[in-house]
Design a protein. Structure first.
Length: 171
């Protein structure tokens, strides 16, 4: 599903003072221009959060902390994060740990230092992931009201109709 060629961006990487008590956002980009995000927390950092919640009364006084797409690590370093990303890709579990963030936009192209020739214009997102996501969207549309369903379907038709006209050169 995901290939080994990837670009890893670690938000606030230079701010990490104690790699064993830290958390960072990690964005992984692939040659198909898709970006994926997860939060990396050290075990020690979670304990620090829990203690802070106890003192401040958050999360039922430290009884819980909720987050999605979290990867727990022993230390927050580029080397460790890249090892984890590579293993998740190799084991086929990357999409369980990371959430699809979207396509690379112009700002990202200018800001994040992608290597020359990193992107593959012919690469497309893995069909199995798209089908899984589409099936979830269908279920959601079935569970919503008619007005919302109609608005979403109209937006899809507008987007794909315009893209098809552009592809054919009608515009």
């Amino acid at each position: 599903m995901f290939e080994k060629k990837r670009h890893v961006r670690i938000a606030a990487e230079s701010w990490v003072e104690d790699p064993e008590d830290a958390h960072v956002d990690v964005v992984v980009t692939f040659p198909d221009a898709t970006t994926w995000i997860a939060d990396f927390y050290t075990y020690k950092c979670l304990e620090s959060i829990r203690e802070d919640h106890k003192v401040k009364g958050h999360g039922l006084n430290g009884a819980y902390w909720a987050a999605s797409k979290v990867v727990l690590v022993d230390r927050v370093t580029r080397e460790r994060i890249e090892q984890i990303v590579d293993e998740l890709i190799e084991k086929g579990t990357f999409s369980y740990a990371f959430e699809y963030l979207g396509a690379v936009n112009e700002h990202a192209l200018q800001t994040y230092g992608y290597p020359a020739d990193f992107f593959d214009e012919n690469a497309k997102m893995d069909p199995s992931y798209v089908k899984w996501f589409a099936a979830n969207l269908v279920q959601m549309l079935e569970q919503t009201d008619h007005e919302t369903r109609t608005a979403v379907l109209k937006e899809f038709l507008d987007i794909f109709g315009e893209k098809e006209r552009n592809r054919r050169g009608d515009l």
